[in-house]
Design a binder for this molecule. Structure first.
Ligand code: 6PG
Length: 482
């Protein structure tokens, strides 16, 4: 009997996905560039299963049922291209290559188009949930050649996480690089959620002078509210974790954040598309700022930074902080969905936002109860332009407003940096202001560069230039948006 699917790449994610597929009754053929890794896997975790090995790409191809489904679980970038180049001559028309790595979506766009010319189907799929997710149920976000989906669907939906109603956290996302695009936004939101949690932690630790055990209890309590999520849950575990000397391990960790680039891609994409994705982008910059450790240490001394004590009833502040975190999180998701909406319109992907929320409901790093409410919001209005306008989320934003402002103002007053929580509030203030000062900005542009402006008392699309100084002349420059 031939194999149902081949997997290339036996690092931990690849191995765990294979074991997961095997658990669900699929016969998997496993390949790795280094033969030793195949042997180690077959004699180790795969021992006693139906998993078979392949020591060359030809052997892998020969051992698979048609149309062949070959999933690459290798490092994103050139390695993917190199495997595709080697596989294509060995494949038949109608065969399917799947890239399950964290690939930048324009690469997937390019690969789908290039392989289509050769009659090979290509799927670029986000896979989230880390090692444990891959083993027991990840969130899977596939997109690319739609013809390939019916062949891959049973396997992916079987191995994916399930919601509380047993719905698979995996569905077809859309054409081209849509799957990898949605995974990129997932990661951007992951950056935002993590940053917001760290801001709450710093406010509690430095502002309220709370101990780690106290903070752990707060996160445990928060996890019973609308904030219920994997990231809040692991934060409570982390805060309670003691090093060998009994001190909280988290305080021994150097405060410089790493990043592999997916959050940055999300920010760059938002700038390209002109979407105000402020919270995620602030979260990326917060990681960049954290990495300037030496400069920060010097600057603290240079500016003689004072301790940031927050006076007042601790419990009242903790509740205010909870509300500020929740409201900011709504803004972050609202911005992320705005970005997806723009990309969907620009690329003709026809994204189903309710389905995206469902795919993120379980298995992935940002999994949370909150995503069910997002799904409900898109069930009510599939083209909702701002998540915060949905009655459930609007209610929370309104109820949290005063606490959110108090936290933001206090953080500014005492000098606790909360870039994401404060920028979320600023965004909402801007979004809910019918008249912003961009009229003055347009006047400045026209004044120094004859860039023209539209008038409130004339139809949109009609452009005017004023000779502000009487010296500049009446010739205006052309208008365009870059
Ligand atoms: C996931 C994660 C994962 C990502 C890590 C690290 O969905 O399982 O998003 O894909 O690689 O979270 O990302 P950074 O190194 O950029 O923080």
């Amino acid at each position: 009997m031939k194999g149902d699917i081949g997997v290339i790449g036996l690092a931990v994610m690849g191995q765990n996905l294979i074991l997961n597929m095997n658990d669900h009754g699929y016969k998997v053929v496993a390949h790795n560039r280094t033969a030793e890794k195949v042997d180690d896997f077959l004699q180790g975790p795969a021992k006693g299963t139906n998993i078979v090995g392949a020591y060359s790409l030809q052997e892998l191809v020969d051992k698979l049922e048609s149309p062949r489904k070959i999933m690459l679980m290798v490092r994103a970038g050139d390695v993917v291209d190199s495997f595709i180049d080697k596989l294509v001559p060995l494949l038949d028309k109608g065969d399917i290559i799947i890239d399950g790595g964290n690939t930048n979506f324009p690469d997937t766009n390019r690969r789908v188009a290039a392989l289509k010319e050769k009659g090979i189907h290509f799927i670029g799929s986000g896979v989230s949930g880390g090692e444990e997710g891959a083993r027991f149920g990840p969130s899977i976000m596939p997109g690319g050649s739609p013809e390939a989906w019916p062949f891959v669907k049973p396997i992916f939906q079987a191995i994916s996480a399930k919601t509380e109603n047993d719905e698979p956290c995996c569905d077809w996302v859309g054409n081209d690089g849509a799957g990898h695009f949605v995974k990129m936004v997932h990661n951007g939101i992951e950056y935002g959620d993590m940053q917001l949690i760290t801001e709450a932690y710093q406010f509690m630790k430095d502002g309220l002078g709370m101990t780690h055990d106290e903070m752990q209890s707060v996160f445990i309590e928060w996890n019973k509210t609308e904030l219920n999520s994997y990231l809040v849950e692991i934060t409570s575990d982390i805060l309670g974790y003691k090093d060998t000397d009994g001190e909280p391990l988290v305080e021994k960790i150097l405060d410089t954040a790493g990043q592999k680039g997916t959050g940055k891609w999300t920010g760059i994409n938002a700038l390209d598309m002109g979407i105000p994705l402020t919270l995620i982008t602030e979260s990326v910059f917060a990681r960049c700022l954290s990495s300037l450790k030496d400069q920060r240490v010097e600057a603290e001394e240079l500016f003689g930074k004072k301790e940031s004590i927050v006076e007042g009833d601790k419990q009242v502040w903790i509740e205010a902080l909870r509300q500020a975190l929740l409201a900011s999180k709504i803004i972050s998701y609202a911005q992320g969905f705005m970005l997806m909406r723009e990309a969907s319109n620009e690329n003709g992907w026809d994204l189903n936002y309710g389905n995206v929320a469902l795919m993120w409901r379980g298995g992935c790093i940002i999994r949370s109860a909150f995503l069910s409410n997002i799904r409900d919001a898109y069930d009510i209005d599939s083209e909702l332009s701002f998540l915060g306008s949905d009655s459930y989320f609007k209610g929370i934003l309104e109820n949290s407003m005063s606490a959110w402002r108090k936290v933001a103002a206090k953080s500014m007053e005492v000098g606790i940096p909360m870039p994401s929580m404060t920028s979320a509030l600023t965004f909402l203030d801007g979004y809910t202001t019918a008249r912003l000062p961009a009229n003055l900005l347009q006047a400045q542009r026209d004044y120094f560069g004859a860039h023209t402006y539209e008038r409130v008392d004339k139809p949109k699309g009609e452009f005017f230039h004023t000779n502000w100084t009487g010296k500049g002349g009446d010739v205006s420059s052309t208008t365009y948006n870059s």
